[in-house]
Design a protein around this ligand. Structure first.
Ligand code: IMP
Length: 420
């Protein structure tokens, strides 16, 4: 049997995972999200139409694919319902095609409000302002409203009232802002859940059945390794575990951990929000990458910080995720550069350093400069058709990380993919 596949971002998110999941979805019958929430923004093209999916797995446009949202995902009913509406307006019926774990913790509008108030107050980390952090905090603090709580109206009322009073106290005393009416929060929650309830059910057993029938599963990671709450650039991280190893917990299907792991990396590096970024460029080259790569957030529209590819960070990601192969995206964005730099290590105060160092914010990159290819990669259909300099770039990545590059994206369209 073909192995299941976990697809993860190896940088600070926005590696172009949507297109790659879309490509692999054609080969799997089930696609499952296992962490994060609607802070993700996976862009895919359906014919000429562009879709940005935030919660629903990117395989949704294939007739043969069933999509799952595991309990590791923090679920906003607002975001879910608007995504469902958008997809159904294109004539795709999601009933029987989308299943969400009833163990998911729900993200409520009050979480987004708290996230925004905190970001505007002090020590902003540049979150997506969607409430992801507070919702994950609630889960760990055991006060989350879980989807299954909607099945017990009395318990639900108590939990919602407790939660709202917990946050209202902060909203009033710390932020001096408008509080929430618990009765309204409860009413809205029940109304929204009524619309979405048919999509909730058991995910673990269904994944087990699909796998048991001999069909491998595609697991769609969100954000990126360097944003992992444990192994990323803490505290400038998201609030979930983004590593491939979190798939067992997040999907609820333990055999998911015996999958191949494909790491997606851009041919350069970007980051949104605050936090250390050793290869960040503040010169024209950075602006050029941003312009050609259209580096603006799919979820928030924020401009992304841009820099050269950081192989030291990529090696760290490769190890942590136990990558079996790599996909390099947006190689074509570098078409116009005479010289391309690649970071192969760091120095702090003249001493060699590594990504794991707590002094990442002081790390100066050590670069290797290679010749650019200076032509369009658009027409290359296989690895051999790439210019010698582009091949050398890919081979340098493989040599440094010891991970084979199995896929190269050389343009925004579905067909702009080189398989190796
Ligand atoms: P949060 O996930 O909204 O709490 O944001 C925490 C950090 O993760 C911020 O720096 C965000 O910009 C970043 N982040 C969250 N989701 C994504 C994503 O899908 N792509 C890129 N960065 C993200």
């Amino acid at each position: 049997m073909k192995k299941s596949l976990i697809l993860v971002g190896t940088q600070w998110g926005d590696e172009g995972k949507g297109k790659i999941v879309d490509y692999f979805s054609s080969k799997f019958k089930a696609v499952c999200r296992f962490q994060g929430g609607h802070n993700a923004g996976h862009t895919i093209y359906q014919g000429k139409e562009k879709f940005v999916l935030h919660l629903i797995p990117s395989g949704i446009f294939y007739d043969h694919v069933k999509c799952f949202i595991g309990q590791g995902v923090i679920l906003s009913l607002d975001s879910l319902l608007s995504e469902i509406d958008e997809i159904e307006s294109k004539g795709i019926n999601l009933e029987g095609k989308l299943r969400i774990s009833r163990y998911c913790s729900l993200l409520l509008p009050i979480h987004a409000k708290i996230d925004q108030l905190r970001e505007d107050h002090k020590n902003s980390i540049g979150t997506t302002r969607r409430g992801i952090g507070p919702a994950y905090e609630d889960k760990t603090a055991r006060r989350s409203i879980k989807a299954f709580d909607l099945e017990d109206k009395d318990l639900l009322k108590k939990k919602v009232f407790d939660l709202v009073s917990y946050y209202n106290y902060q909203i009033e005393t710390i932020f001096n802002s408008t509080t929430f009416d618990p009765g309204e929060v409860l009413k809205e929650l029940i109304e929204k859940y009524k619309k979405a309830s048919k999509y909730f059910g058991d995910v673990t057993d269904t994944l087990e059945d699909i796998y048991g029938d001999g069909d491998p599963i595609l697991y769609e990671g969100a954000q990126g390794t360097l944003l992992d709450v444990d192994y990323g650039t803490y505290p400038y991280v998201t609030s979930s575990n983004t590593l491939a190893t979190s798939v067992g917990i997040g999907s609820g299907f333990p055999k998911s951990i015996f999958s191949d792991v494909l790491g997606v990396a851009k041919a350069y590096t970007t980051r949104v929000g605050e936090g250390p970024f050793p290869t960040e460029l503040f010169c024209d080259d950075g602006k050029k990458i941003a312009d050609i790569g259209n580096e603006y957030g799919a979820t928030t529209g924020r401009p992304r910080r841009c820099g050269w590819l950081d192989l030291e960070a990529l090696k760290y990601s490769a190890k942590l995720n136990n990558l079996t192969s790599l996909c390099i995206t947006k190689l074509d964005v570098l078409d116009d550069f005479n010289q391309i730099k690649v970071c192969i290590g760091y120095q702090v105060d003249g001493e060699l350093s590594s990504f794991k160092s707590r002094l990442l914010h002081k790390s100066k990159p050590i670069y290797k400069t290679i010749d650019g290819w200076g032509c369009s990669l658009k027409d290359a259909k296989n690895f051999n058709e790439l210019p010698i300099e582009a091949k050398a770039f890919i081979e340098l990545i493989e040599e440094f990380t010891k991970i084979p590059v199995s896929l190269i994206s050389n343009g925004p369209n579905r067909e702009d993919l080189i398989l190796r």
